[in-house]
Design a protein around this ligand. Structure first.
Ligand code: NAD
Ligand code: TYD
Length: 354
C-alpha cells in the first residue's frame, strides 16, 4: 500500500493548512478531493501544486462512483474528512446544502470506505483509519459557570450546521460500532489563521477594519468562543491520526475563551497598529447588529484527554496567533481580492442588509 492519504475538503481553510503542514513535515503523499464550493480555493495550495506527492481531484464526496474509483486507484491507508458546509449563518438561511454534504455526503463516503476497507486484509486492514473532523458546536451552548465540554458531554446541537455535523458524527460512530470500521473523531473549537474565508468573524473584522467599514457584532457581543490557531489544530489531527485509539473521540481546543467583543477590539487595535491609520481608532467602527437566531452563548473545550493520551497541547498563544493572522490578511491582498469578488459580495450584501 502506498503512503497516500486522501483528504476531503482540502481546498478549504483547515484542510489546506493541514495539507501544507503534512507535506512539509514528512514523506506522506496526499490526494485532495474537493468540490470547490465558494469556500474552496486552490490558491491556498499553490505551494504544493506541482509537488509530486500531491494530487488534486475535483469532485463531490457524495459522488460514490468517483470515490470508489479513487479508493481503488490510490489504495490509501487513511482518510481525513474535512469536507463540509461550515458557516452557521449560511445554514440558517439555507440548510439544504448542509444536509446534502455534511450528512448525505459523509454517509456516501462511509459506505464507499466501508466497502474498500472490507476488501483489505491483514495488517492493511488493521492499520486503516477514517478520521472525521467535527466541531464543538455539536454539544450545544454553555452557561457562564458550566464546566467546558468534554468527550462525554451529551450532544445538543442548536443550529442547522451543528445538527448536520452531529448527524455525521453519529453515523461515523455507528459505522465503528456496527461494522468495526476503524474511525477516529475530533471535535474542535473555533479556528483562526491564514486562508479562512472572510465570512467568519476574525477575517471579516480584519478586512472591514482595514477598509474603515462597520464591524457588525451580533447581539450584545458577550457570546464566548474558544479560539485555536489553525496550525495547532492541524498538528492535533496529525497526532490523533498517528496515535489515537480507534473508535475514540478527542476534543481539541485552545484553552482560550474570549468574548466576541474582546476579539473584535483586539483586531481593531492590531489593524490600527499595522495598517494605514484612519482618522479615528478602528474601535469606533464597531456596530451592534441584530443577533443571530438561536445564537449559542458560550462554547468552551476541555482538551485534557488529547493532552493526557497523545501529548498534544496548543503551541501558539492567542496574542501571537492573532498578530500573525492580522498581518497575513493585510499582506495578502491578492488572495483577499480573489475571494471577495462575485458571490462573496452578494452574501455580505444579503446577510448584513438589515
Ligand atoms: P471551509 O468551509 O473553509 O472548507 C470546506 C471545504 O470543503 C471547501 O474546500 C469546500 O469546497 C469543500 N467541500 C464542501 N462540500 C463538499 C463536497 N460535497 N465534496 C467535496 N468537497 C466539499 O471549512 P473549514 O473551516 O476548513 O472546516 C473544515 C472542517 O472542520 C469542517 O468539517 C468543519 O465542520 C470542521 N470544523 C471547522 C472549524 C472552524 O473553526 N472553521 C472548527 C471545528 C471544526
Ligand atoms: P463564526 O466565525 O461565524 O463562527 P461560529 O458561529 O461557528 O462560532 O462566529 C463566531 C462568533 O462571532 C459567533 O458568536 C457569531 C459572532 N459573529 C458576529 O458577531 N458578527 C459577525 O459578522 C460574524 C460572522 C460572527
Amino acid at each position: 500500500m502506498e503512503n497516500t492519504i486522501i483528504v476531503t475538503g482540502g481546498a478549504g481553510f483547515i484542510g489546506s493548512n493541514f495539507i501544507l503542514q503534512s507535506i512539509e513535515r514528512d514523506s506522506t503523499s496526499i490526494v485532495n478531493l474537493d468540490k470547490l464550493t465558494y469556500a474552496g480555493n486552490l490558491r491556498n495550495l499553490e505551494a504544493v501544486a506541482n509537488e509530486r506527492r500531491y494530487e488534486f481531484v475535483h469532485g463531490d464526496i457524495a459522488d460514490r462512483t468517483l470515490v470508489r474509483r479513487l479508493l481503488e486507484r490510490r489504495k490509501p491507508p487513511a482518510i481525513v474528512h474535512f469536507a463540509a458546509e461550515s458557516h452557521v449563518d449560511r445554514s440558517i438561511r439555507g440548510p439544504d446544502d448542509f444536509i446534502r454534504t455534511n450528512v448525505d455526503g459523509t454517509f456516501a463516503l462511509l459506505e464507499e470506505v466501508r466497502a474498500y476497507w472490507g476488501n483489505l486484509a491483514g495488517q492493511e486492514r488493521i492499520d486503516f483509519r477514517f478520521l472525521h473532523v467535527s466541531t464543538d458546536e455539536v454539544y450545544g451552548s454553555l452557561g457562564p459557570e458550566d464546566p467546558p465540554f468534554s468527550e462525554t458531554t451529551p450532544y445538543s446541537p442548536n443550529s442547522p450546521y451543528a445538527a448536520s455535523k452531529a448527524a455525521s458524527d453519529h453515523f461515523v460512530r455507528a459505522y465503528h460500532h456496527t461494522y468495526g470500521l476503524p474511525v477516529l473523531t475530533t471535535n474542535c473549537s473555533n479556528n483562526y489563521g491564514r486562508f479562512q474565508f472572510p465570512e467568519k468573524l476574525i477575517p471579516l473584522m480584519i478586512l472591514n477594519a482595514r477598509d474603515g467599514k462597520p464591524l457588525p457584532v451580533y447581539g450584545d457581543g458577550q457570546n464566548v468562543r474558544d479560539w485555536l490557531y489553525v496550525e495547532d489544530h492541524c498538528e492535533a489531527i496529525a497526532a490523533v491520526l498517528a496515535r489515537g485509539t480507534v473508535g475514540q473521540t478527542y476534543n481539541i481546543g485552545g484553552w482560550n475563551e474570549r468574548r466576541n467583543i474582546d476579539i473584535v477590539e483586539t483586531v481593531c487595535d492590531l489593524v490600527d497598529e499595522i495598517a494605514v491609520p484612519l482618522g479615528a481608532p478602528r474601535r469606533t467602527l464597531i456596530t451592534f447588529v441584530k443577533d443571530r437566531p438561536g445564537h449559542d452563548r458560550r462554547y468552551a473545550m476541555d482538551a485534557t484527554k488529547i493532552e493526557r493520551e497523545l501529548g498534544w497541547r496548543p503551541r501558539e498563544t492567542f496574542e501571537s496567533g492573532i498578530r500573525k493572522t492580522v498581518r497575513w490578511y493585510l499582506e495578502n491582498e491578492e488572495w483577499v481580492r480573489d475571494v471577495t469578488s462575485g458571490s462573496y459580495r452578494q452574501w455580505i450584501e444579503t446577510h448584513y442588509s438589515s
